[in-house]
Design a protein around this ligand. Structure first.
Ligand code: HEC
Length: 149
């Protein structure tokens, strides 16, 4: 059983994806966005994003609500993003799909998360940063063959 990020999530299953298999709506839109990014539109390539800036922006803008180990943030209002993405990480979701999901969340968040906290390049940088780090360590430590730590 994979960890659930927060009990409030179940009410909003539409955009949640902490389960190992995201709901079809999320998977479709992630795939749609990923394919647009392949065509050079929705999600910028690694060469055009600045994940160091994304980290700073995340800490300043998102960390009050979200825990993320790499950024050292411990917010509890929103889901812990390591836990939220760990399951997807294990099943091998690509960084570009993670970035598309985070980018989409920034634009289409439901309350209490405000929409459009960041825009344009700033939003792209944060999405790329979260995609790069969220759940990575947890997934590396995860060993289905061993007993839990
Ligand atoms: C005011 C608090 C708040 C702030 C600030 C905030 N969030 Fe959220 N965020 C939430 C809440 C609450 C949820 C859960 C909403 C839901 O499940 O519908 C959420 C959900 C998310 C999710 C989806 C997680 C999942 O499991 O699917 C992502 C990704 C996310 N936020 C990223 C960000 C980023 C990036 C920022 C900064 C630009 C940010 N959030 C700022 C409260 C916040």
């Amino acid at each position: 059983m994979l960890p659930r990020a927060s009990p409030t999530r179940s009410a909003k299953a539409g955009i949640s994806h902490s389960r190992a298999t995201p709901p079809p709506s999320v998977r479709r839109s992630a795939a749609a966005r990923a394919s647009r990014s392949a065509a050079g539109a929705a999600v910028p390539s690694a060469a055009t994003v600045d994940t160091a800036k994304g980290k700073q922006l995340f800490t300043a803008t998102c960390g009050s609500c979200h825990a993320l180990a790499d950024a050292g943030t411990t917010g509890k209002i929103g889901p812990d993003l390591d836990s939220a993405y760990f399951g997807d990480r294990i099943i091998g979701m690509k960084d570009s799909s993670f970035a598309a999901l985070v980018r989409q969340q920034i634009d289409l968040a439901d309350p209490p998360m405000p929409r459009h906290l960041l825009k344009g390049q700033d939003a792209d940088d944060v999405a790329a940063y979260v995609a790069k780090v969220a759940g990575v360590k947890m997934a590396q430590q995860y060993n289905p063959g061993s007993s839990p730590p």
